[in-house]
Every structure is written in C-alpha cells, then in structure tokens.
Design a binder for this molecule. Sequence first.
Ligand code: NI
Length: 216
Amino acid sequence: MGTKIACFPSLIPFAAIFGIGLGAACIHIQSMSILKIAKMGHPVLQMNAEPVADPTAPEVRRLAADMVETMMDAPGTGLAAPQVHVPLRIVVFFVSAERTGEDADDTAVPLTVLINPEIEVIGDEYEEAWEGCLSLPGLTGAVERPYRIRYCGVTPNGEIIEREAAGFHARVVQHECDHLDGVLYPMRMDDLSKFAFVEEIVKAHDADEDQAAEAN
Ligand code: NI
C-alpha cells in the first residue's frame, strides 16, 4: 500500500491529461479525438513498438489524452498505442474498485498513462482469468499469467511511476504491455477451448443458472 501512496503524485491528474489549464486569464480546453481501434490481423498489432524518445513532448500528451478518450468511449479498462495505429510504447489503463480482489496489491488504480513501461515478474504464482481486448471485439479467453509483478514507466510529466501489482491490476498491465511487443492474449493461451464469444459464454452461464434454479 505504501508503494501506491508514494506513487500517487506521479499520476496524471485528469485536468493535465485533458489539457485543461485553469489559469486566471483564460481556460483553455484542448479538443480530443476518439481514435479508430485496430483489430486482430492488422500489422500494427504485430509490431514491436518503438520507445518514446521524449515522453514530455506535447504530441505524446495529446496522443495519451486521445487514447484515454478512446478507451473510455469503447469502453475498456486499458489501451495500448499500437491499438490506435501508433507503434509507440505507451499504455493507458485504470482499475475500478469493482474489479479488485482480496489481495492487498490487487487494488483499484486511478487512470494511469505509462510511457516506455518495463515489467518484472515477482515470484512464481500464476493465475488463470478471462480477458477481453478492444482489438478482438466480442471475444474472450482464459489466459494464465504471472499473478504478481513490479512495473515502472514514465508519465507525460516526466515523472517515474514504480509500483507492485497483483491480480487484476497485474493482469491489465501485462495485457497492455504485451501489445507493445506485438502479442495479443490468444497468443498467451494454451487451451483454445477457452476462447469464445462473450455472448455464448453469457448464454451458457445463464442456462447453467436456470438449471441450478430448477434443481432447487
Ligand atoms: Ni488488448
């Protein structure tokens, strides 16, 4: 927990992301764009993305703001720059309180922009969970991933974020950073019988529940 609190000043406030300058003389609201999302099969999703030379460049801030708007509109919990056809090492994500687990490190995470991220796996614990991806709309798959990681990266303010993460938080960061190396979640799956359309999984789940209700 201490690590996360220490990192809070590094998070980009919404106002900074959205380019809202609350100066006394004027209020400047920068317009944002919802970007087109690349789908599985597009070459940009198969590339090794390039490191960002200057994370504090205005065009990086602008891209990050557009990525956040695109993610929120979709809606999604994370987005990587290659998914909006930009092969640069930038990811945006957040973890809402509803998605967190019991673990002390599996906590809610405010909206985060991470440039040139690095991940280090901690321990040898793995967990399987269902994932979705805005580049594979309507699909879901069960993916086994390291349960606990340490990650770092730079914000558009040039600040360094360093955190430990577990559970869903760790999964989101790994999923998004995979996009920077041309990896989509089905490439991490070892049991493709657990690759499915969300609507079919929901139907099957509802049918199970009905059967259980009848049995009672
Ligand atoms: Ni994805």
